[in-house]
Design a protein around this ligand. Sequence first.
Ligand SMILES: [Zn+2]
Length: 289
Amino acid sequence: MSIKYTYTRIRGFMIVTGSELLKDCRRGGYAVPAFNVDNLESVLGVLGAIEKLSLPAIIQTIPRTLKYGGIGSYSALVRANYKGGADISIHLDHGGDLDVCKKCIDEGYTSVMIDGSALPFDKNVEITRQAVELAHRHGVSVEAELGAIGGKEETESQIKYTEVNEAVEFVKLTGADSLAIGVGTAHGVYKGEPHIAISRIKEIADAVDIPLVLHGASGLSDSVIKECIKAGISKINFATHLRQAFTQGLREGLASADATFDPKTYLPYAIKAVQEAAEGIIKLCRAQA
Ligand SMILES: [Zn+2]
């Protein structure tokens, strides 16, 4: 199976692999944010922020989004509307099996996540290794997960912190390019004050040499996010925050005087809200703690 696209150069900027975007984060003391998109409008908002600030970001979709909008749609929307400004990656977030990874690679994703974190250690190693083999053959990088991030499936008490020695072993056995770790974050909206194990991030960052990924960052305070970056996080995922911005913008658009039956009169409010939210996050990920 041939890949339709891997690298696209636009005004000197490229759609590159995740590992390419993350390689200088630790040295530079910054993180690259990853934004979960749901539709054309959220894609336009995120791309607008990247172009305006000339700073890189990752655009990603979870399998449920691909089911909603079609597996080839999001890569096509990003590629059709990318105007440069900085390098970007198109990433599959929480890929559950090799099949969805393969399909996304075929659609031009430059980075995939294989999430075997719910499996026993050995099985997680096995599926991650297979994903790495598959993706690397196509010049695509792989994010894996070890430990557990809270939200939807787990309750707060089931958040499993990633063990340092297991992370070292896991990275060595799998060849993954980046690693999502469980350090107390949760997906969705936090019910109480989250407790993030900054020291655990630092211990893992000192022990493994691939970029570390923080999931469930929506709802964390700016200072906690900066602490996480300082401790060694290179990629930070934001989904809920952007969805909230989109919905708020859409409500404003529908209530505005410009709104008619034409979606193009009110959807730009949602694009603008997503862009503003993304700009704030991109700047935050560059701010020093
Ligand atoms: Zn996640």
